[in-house]
Design a protein around this ligand. Sequence first.
Ligand code: DLL
Length: 428
Amino acid sequence: MPHRSVETAPREELRRVQSERLRETVRTAYENVPFYRERFDEMGLSPDDVTSVDDVSALPFTTKEDFRDTYPTGMFAVEMDDVVRVHASSGTTGKPKIVGYTQSDLDVWDDAMARCLVAAGLESDDVVQNAYGYGLFTGGLGLQQGIEAIGATVIPIGGGQTQRQVELLADLESDALACTPSYALYVAETADEMGVDVRELPLRLVIFGAEPCTEPMREEIEDRLGVTGVDLYGLSEIVGPGVSIECLEQDGLHVWEDRFYPEVVDPASGDPVAEGEEGELVLTTLSKEALPVLRYRTGDLTTLNYDTCDCGRTAVRMDNVTGRTDDLLIVRGVNVYPSEIESVVLEFEAVAPYYRIDLRREDNLDTLELTVELADDFDGPVSGVRERILDRLSNVLSFTPDDLSLVRPGEIARTEVGKVQRVYDHRG
Ligand code: DLL
């Protein structure tokens, strides 16, 4: 059962709601954010030119650099007096992006998260262990609000304390675990070490997100924890977690389109791609007060599918995000995404889902070193595995790493708090 009737509304009705909210958002952005007013004036665009979502492509893009240039609060459309909370994005370099919420924005976010959790099959009598980090990161509080909004029970443990996480999963009989996909695997590994079989516990669902999760990685999570894994997507600049989620059909993530308008564009030209083609996801907020954002270039690669889902929802589905425009590796002329390497490597039973990629520059040539951990229960000859992985990488991706090291179980550092890092670029 969808949480809101708009989730199954005919698409014409949805477009009417979107158009009305877009007009309002554009007007607010123009009137209250100098950054947008300047852009519009430069382009000779007036808010009156935007009458429906058909006009969305006339609007300027917003980029992460725009957030940096207007740091800390230059993108806000309201006075600080009306802002009841701020969060910040998890940037790895430079200043974080600061985002703000009015009370009405928090209500919209609660509702979007509640819709996500209902779509994932959670009910008011469920117990959810929330292992997303609390604080400036939007994961912890975002999940917390949604869980409370549907009347379920939240265990606000946050990231880390992994043995305690395992104990609580058992003692409080949690129905669901919310955390990054890499952390879900770490919980499974820790439980094994503690002699706890999570598959025997009531846990039935993992709500993973904030990081890419390839299909082999999802299978590993589902198998080792004995759960269904659903993918939750979002980003601070737009709201936080809650932009989209998979329903139990696990066939794409429903975008709450009445709140966040999605487009997919060619990352190079910025032109919209044909329906169903892959490109960069661009999002426009449709009811944010403190931080209205027009056509945000997320950097995340996906496709959009407008067919009605078997669950009955008409809300468009985006594909799982496994790559970003900025994580494309170009090694000696071959283009390869880390997620493509992951998908190939994890086909092998002999390896564990832990790997790292090191990029270096030697004599003006880029080199890529791949390090993969062997599975706990692997006791065969390493050389055969190495050759088979190299062969498969070369066949599937036309790419061979300069070096492939297979290391013992546990040698690759685990991430207990925050997002996993797998690519280390030493090229300066
Ligand atoms: O990661 C919000 C979030 C929290 C989403 C908890 C889901 C669960 P940021 O720190 O601003 O916000 O990072 C946003 O993380 O542009 C994607 O590149 C990546 N990302 C988020 N969700 C997914 C996902 C949160 N399900 C950036 N799959 C986004 C792949 C994801 N990448």
